[in-house]
Design a protein around this ligand. Structure first.
Ligand code: SF4
Length: 321
């Protein structure tokens, strides 16, 4: 496994990491490589483990996605489960299992298989009372998202059969997640739910939290995936951001010009990333030394970063200077 090549790839989250903190991209893409292997160095192993770490917000999103997939399957079998039944049957078990895996440290045996939560790993200043409130908040938000999905989104999916769905390789479903090629580079694009009605394609993304400006860019990336990978032109595409906790569905406009702009944005981001590999050669993809990847300019960024443990000695030095 350690001999696999660490090929260059681009994704929305990679760009976010890179833009926010160069060093984070170094840990997440390069230092962690091979960290799963028995012969890995302690640094590789630690970077790999930290790269796999979740937090309570990603846990919330994953639990909601998991439950929605089940709700859709049940509805396709004409089993209309209530939000409460879905929550009890799927969401609660998912949350409890993840919380327990993390609290009991199962991830120490396999960080890919078992969840480690930032809140358990790093601890926080939160009191026991505040921690209980987080747990209650996650449970409440999950329940609200599932209820609103059943009430407002599921009816719009009536009549969609499994055969109408476009198969998406999600993270954790085994194999390489969904991607497409742009000028020879692998671009990851993993929409939540896609189906066809005749020539029309519909791409939905489930959001458990509030609206953020970058969600629109993410949907345009999915449109680019549909055009590149499946030859679906923008006039046959409907992009829908489903803000489940807000009971809001936002349609994102898409056009050939907007997709051209998306391509330019990706090209420009890739070009910046190429400055951090030897000779700018993304085919070889050999990173510059660790010290060339700057630490975050704003130390506040580090407070919620998975890789804090690895940067702490340097961050402390900066404070002492
Ligand atoms: S801890 Fe700070 S400097 Fe280190 S990777 Fe995270 S954001 Fe960057």
């Amino acid at each position: 496994m350690g001999d696999l090549k660490n090929t260059f790839s681009w994704s929305f989250s990679a760009r976010e990491d890179f833009d926010e903190c160069r060093r984070r991209r170094f840990w997440a893409k390069y230092a962690m490589w091979g960290g799963w292997d028995a012969g890995a160095t302690p640094l590789q192993r630690k970077a790999y483990q930290l790269a796999k770490m979740h937090n309570r917000f990603s846990l919330l999103g994953n639990a909601v996605e998991h439950t929605i997939r089940k709700a859709i399957r049940h509805a396709q079998q004409e089993e209309m489960l209530t939000a409460d039944t879905l929550y009890q049957k799927y969401t609660r078990d998912y949350l409890n299992a993840a919380w327990k895996q993390s609290r009991d440290g199962l991830w120490q045996t396999n960080p890919k298989k078992y969840i480690c939560l930032f809140e358990h790993y790093y601890g926080t200043d939160a009191t026991e009372e505040q921690q209980k409130e987080w747990i209650a908040f996650i449970a409440r938000q999950c329940r609200l998202c599932v209820e609103n999905f059943i009430e407002t989104v599921l009816p719009r999916l009536a009549g969609i059969r499994q055969d109408d769905e476009v198969s998406i390789a999600h993270v954790g479903s085994g194999g390489d997640p969904e991607s497409f090629a742009l000028e020879g580079h692998k671009i990851y694009a993993i929409p939540d739910y896609v189906y066809r009605r005749g020539d029309a394609w519909f791409i939905h993304d489930w959001k458990a939290g509030k609206q953020k400006p970058h969600h629109r860019d993410q949907m345009l990336l999915y449109a680019l995936w549909a055009r590149t990978q499946h030859k679906v032109e923008p006039d046959h595409l409907t992009l829908l951001l489903e803000y489940l906790s807000l009971k809001d569905s936002v349609k994102i406009e898409v056009s050939p010009d907007l997709l051209d702009q998306t391509v330019e944005t990706i090209q420009s981001s890739i070009s910046e990333m190429a400055d951090y590999v030897f000779d700018g050669d993304l085919k070889r993809n050999v990173p510059l030394p660790q010290e060339d990847w700057d630490l975050a300019a704003d130390p506040m960024t580090c407070r919620l970063c998975n890789f804090y443990e690895l940067c702490k000695p340097e961050l402390d030095e900066q404070v002492d200077r």
